[in-house]
Design a protein around this ligand. Structure first.
Ligand SMILES: Cc1cc2nc3c(=O)[nH]c(=O)nc-3n(C[C@H](O)[C@H](O)[C@H](O)COP(=O)(O)OP(=O)(O)OC[C@H]3O[C@@H](n4cnc5c(N)ncnc54)[C@H](O)[C@@H]3O)c2cc1C
Length: 566
């Protein structure tokens, strides 16, 4: 058994920022991979903050609330935007090498849905620059790391799989050591989840392979509600063939989208912001062009950067150029990049307030796994990196405060949880026949791509939900061929698959119930936003009898919902 005042699960930007904020306390980070392999490292285009002389955090908040299609909680958005300049400057002081203007200020580029060039960047490798800085700071401050441990369960005072009615305090986690196969308990006074998004339940996704949403699933099974899961962001421009992200920064630098007739089609969909309309709008526009026969064969359009010139592309978008050359054999200096929309970001997640508290005392969430909700129905590019460092800090500070008022629990429930998890995992290992996990996983991804994508309707969603429930039945028969205990990735995948199915189910349930179109959730059978009935957050909780759905109001401070036009 291990013991720490504060356990942080996740070594990405949110987790590391929380660990730094937990400073003086005894804090440890558990991560499924080495922290520098977290998906944060892949972020490209930049991070938003009102740093400009004529920009104001209030304007950033207006853009964010409008971008969210008015579903974001406005009190939380105010925290995000007000704190942004201080957090970005802090990263700079800690050592992040941001790109610079000729005068030596942090350079900022225009991004989708923003009324000001507000996105600070380090070429097109911003996540890389930020995560390395944050990791250096974490090493310097002596934070303890448990690398390559998969957390499979929260330890609660009340029994596991509770009904959501009595959320006992969280007093630790159970981890599976991927390197050795050992199952261990971690006793803590407070636990923070910063476990990232769930993009990989889709096939066409820009996300790292590890972004299975397993952290959200662990929280869900332990009684924490998941919020607004139906809002899945599809990025307009992912590389045709591999779906590697082509940053919005490429359009921020004046790249243009064109259909097969060479037409700049965004003029028809967003006459003012054109290619820099918010992502939900641009993704739908591209998909409409493809569906109506104006895309190229195979289903893509062109992102044209050729007019930017070699120098600008090499200076501002070197990563994009490299990706295009390596994965599509195309040099964007000379040829347009073939792009199509792909899953990119999880707006939904573990329901949390702006103090990062969840419904379980002692259990906090921050970063992409949380739904605080600052992104509402559609996240603006550059706001997610920001969310990790603003709310990572708050989660760390509040976990410290909480830990000062709580004691370590007597480890009874921890021991019981460890025994149960060991039994569950060895049960999976000892099974001698059944269905391999990848059959079920690949079917899940195909269902999500086809039926729970950019354009949704009742029939597709109903079928998707039925199909997912069939897969849940098949999962009971899942079996792993590799019986080893050292780096058994097949076993890890099989464990996570159960969580992926849970997450997919909550997305479908939320999407089926929400009979309106808002942000990324577009129903062709209910094309309008319906504030009278649907200006509210979806909450889905796990119960033994299946998911339970509830709603809660949106926090509105000063931005009255309006028609969203760009
Ligand atoms: C290709 C790409 C480009 C992006 N570009 C931008 C951008 O330019 N600007 C922007 O604002 N946003 C961008 N985003 C989004 C942004 O990068 C992410 O939302 C953000 O970095 C998530 O950080 P995080 O700390 O919440 O999670 P992550 O960085 O995903 O880290 C999750 C951590 O949790 C750990 N973990 C998960 N489950 C478990 C478990 N069960 N047990 C133990 N450990 C676990 C993992 O090991 C990992 O360390 C981009 C996203 C992608 C995919």
């Amino acid at each position: 058994m291990f013991m720490h005042d504060i356990i942080i699960v996740g070594g990405g930007l949110a987790g590391l920022r929380a660990a730094l904020a937990a400073g003086g306390a005894d804090a440890a980070v558990i991560s499924r991979v080495h922290p520098l392999r977290s998906h944060s490292v892949a972020a490209q285009g930049g991070i938003n903050a009102a740093l400009g002389k004529t920009d104001r955090w209030e304007d950033h908040a207006v853009d964010t609330v409008k971008g969210s299609d008015y579903l974001a909680d406005q009190d939380a958005v105010e925290v995000l935007c007000r704190d942004a300049p201080a957090r970005v400057i802090e990263m700079e002081r800690w050592g992040t090498l941001f790109s610079r203007t000729d005068e030596g200020h942090i350079s900022q580029r225009p991004f989708g849905g923003a009324g000001f060039p507000r996105t600070a960047y380090a070429e097109d490798r911003t996540g890389h620059a930020l995560l390395h800085t944050m990791y250096e700071q974490a090493l310097k401050s002596g934070i303890k790391f448990y690398e390559e441990w998969l957390v499979t369960r929260l330890v609660l005072k009340t029994p596991y799989l509770n009904t959501g009615t009595n959320n006992g305090r969280c007093s630790g986690v159970v981890g599976y050591n991927i390197a050795t196969g050992q199952v261990e308990g971690f006793l803590a006074k407070a636990v923070i989840f910063a476990t990232g998004g769930y993009g990989r339940i889709y096939e066409r996704s820009t996300n790292s392979i590890i972004n299975t949403g397993f952290g959200c699933a662990v929280a869900y099974r332990s009684g924490a509600a998941l919020e607004d899961m139906e809002f899945v962001q599809f990025h307009p421009t992912t590389l045709y063939g591999t779906n590697i992200l082509i940053t919005e920064g490429a359009r921020g630098e004046e790249g243009m989208l064109k259909n097969k007739n060479g037409e700049r089609f965004m003029e028809r969909y967003s006459p003012h912001l054109l290619d820099l309309a918010p992502r939900d709008i641009v993704a739908r526009a591209i998909q409409t062009e493809i569906n109506e026969g104006r895309g190229f064969e195979g289903g893509y359009v062109h992102l044209d950067l050729t007019h930017l010139g070699a120098q600008k592309i090499k200076e501002r978008l070197p990563g994009i150029r490299q990706i295009s050359m390596d994965f599509a054999n195309i040099d964007p200096i000379r040829e347009p990049i073939p792009v199509q929309p792909g899953q990119h970001y999880s707006m939904g997640g573990i329901a949390s307030n702006k103090e990062c508290e969840t419904s379980i005392p002692g259990f906090f969430a921050a970063g992409e796994c949380s739904c605080i909700s600052v992104h509402g129905a559609n996240r603006l590019g550059g706001n997610s990196l920001l969310e990790t460092i603003v709310f990572g800090k708050i989660a760390g500070e509040n976990a410290v405060k909480y830990s000062k008022t709580s004691e370590f629990e007597v480890p009874d429930s921890l021991e019981r949880s460890v025994l149960e998890e060991s039994a569950r995992i060895s049960g999976l290992l000892n099974k001698t026949e059944g269905e391999p996990f990848f059959n079920i996983r690949d079917s899940l991804k195909a269902i999500m791509d086809e039926k729970v994508g950019i354009f949704r309707d009742e029939q597709k969603l109903t079928t998707a939900l039925e199909n997912i429930r069939e897969l849940q039945m098949r999962y009971k028969n899942v079996f792993v061929r590799n019986k080893g205990s050292v780096f058994n990735q097949e076993l890890v995948n099989a464990i996570e698959l159960e969580g992926m199915l849970d997450i997919a189910e909550t997305i479908c349930i939320g999407a089926l119930a929400r009979k309106e179109s808002r942000g990324s959730h577009y129903r062709i059978d209910f094309r309008e936003r319906d504030d009278a009935n649907w200006l509210r957050h979806t909450l889905v909780s796990y119960t033994r009898n299946g998911p339970r759905i509830e709603y809660k109001p949106v926090n509105i401070t000063r931005y009255e919902p309006k028609r969203r036009e760009y």
